[in-house]
Design a protein around this ligand. Structure first.
Ligand code: SAM
Ligand code: SF4
Length: 327
């Protein structure tokens, strides 16, 4: 019999996002202040053995899919070792990675060999000087080159995530959509969320998904389409006539998808968060380190997973940057 974990509203929880670090080699304008954040001390961060131990204990309760994220996960040394440990857990069917892509050309092959299934690459511009301005770093990196490296290593289907900001990169929506004509990639446009310390951004920078899709439709016939075979999350997918890939929109600001939420998050310091926003979290790390069973804590957390996030109503206190909660 297959075991499932069900939350208080009947949603099956099978997907865990694991943040392996709160640090990053970028300082994206919508995610982190230029000077960085107050980083967690190393002793507070879960070791790879601890992460794998927690997943091993929870997997029999119904976890099937994992995503490694951060901060920027690829800056944590020897990430392939964690991937291999997670791959060895029998119940886990799918392991994905979210990355800004800077280190993918160097690391993609080792990740694949360790058992990674696929990557999501965040890319907010295709123009070098603009990438540097949005990420506040000049790392001389080309997202298309990184996506090709991931594809060559067998880490498909490749998803490219673009946070659309009015007046900053919204003039590139069409350029990103054109990538799907020739590449079997899934380009997903994400509505900007007003979280963290976005000092330079306001609600006026949010571009609703309807407007994004209108722009894409200016270059060809756009019809609702099937998304990638694996890892269908909250995105809605469309296809340009004759294209190899798809275009998707992720709409946290204009439409919520909380009713079908199947995920929880493990922060770098071992908190299980049941919602991206708000203060719904339990400390698994201390229990795990003390040798106590974490299963009752996991069940308790699911029993209080909220029905929907409160971002739209702006009722959320202390909005944390996504880099701190494993966005
Ligand atoms: N560093 C990795 C990356 O950038 O893909 C993984 C962590 S990052 C926090 C995960 C995703 O959150 C990225 O796709 C990023 O663009 C998105 N993100 C972060 N802050 C956001 C915001 N304020 N609004 C919308 N998306 C955001
Ligand atoms: Fe780093 Fe990702 Fe946040 Fe950008 S979005 S600062 S790459 S964690």
């Amino acid at each position: 019999m297959t075991t499932r974990s069900i939350d208080q509203f009947g949603r099956t929880i099978e997907y865990l996002r694991i943040s392996v670090t709160d640090k990053c080699n970028f300082r994206c304008v919508y995610c982190m202040p230029a000077e960085g954040l107050q980083w967690l001390p190393k002793s507070e961060i879960l070791t790879y053995e601890e992460i794998a131990g927690i997943v091993r204990r929870l997997a029999p309760l119904g976890l099937r899919r994992l995503r490694i994220t951060g901060g920027e996960p690829t800056i944590r040394p020897e990430l392939h070792k964690l991937i291999a440990m997670l791959r060895a857990i029998p119940q886990i069917e799918d392991i994905a990675l979210s990355t800004n892509g800077v280190k993918l050309p160097e690391l993609a092959a080792a990740f694949r060999q360790a058992g990674l299934d696929r990557v999501n690459l965040s890319a907010d511009s295709l123009r070098p000087e603009r990438i540097a301005r949005i990420s506040r770093r000049s790392l001389d990196f080309d997202p298309v080159f990184s996506a090709l490296a991931a594809q060559r290593a067998g880490l498909g289907p490749i998803k490219l995530n673009v946070v659309v900001m009015r007046g900053i990169n919204d003039d590139e929506v069409v350029d990103f959509a054109r990538l799907t004509l020739d590449h079997p990639w899934h380009v997903r446009f994400i509505e900007l969320m007003p979280v963290g310390e976005m000092r330079d951004l306001t609600w006026d920078h949010i571009v609703p998904s309807e407007e994004i899709l209108e722009r894409v439709a200016s270059i060809g016939n756009l019809a609702p389409g099937a998304g990638p075979a694996r890892g269908n999350g909250p995105a809605s997918y469309y296809k340009l006539d004759g294209s190899a890939g798809t275009v998707g929109v992720i709409t946290p600001m204009t439409h919520t998808y909380c009713s079908t939420c199947n995920r929880v998050r493990l922060t770098a310091d071992g908190r299980l968060r049941t919602c991206l926003f708000g203060d719904h979290e339990v400390n698994l790390r201390d229990a795990f380190r003390e040798g106590r069973d974490i299963v009752p804590l996991f069940r308790e957390a699911l029993a209080s997973k909220p029905l929907e996030h409160e971002l739209l109503q702006m009722k959320v206190g202390g909005l944390r940057a996504l880099s701190q909660v494993g966005g």
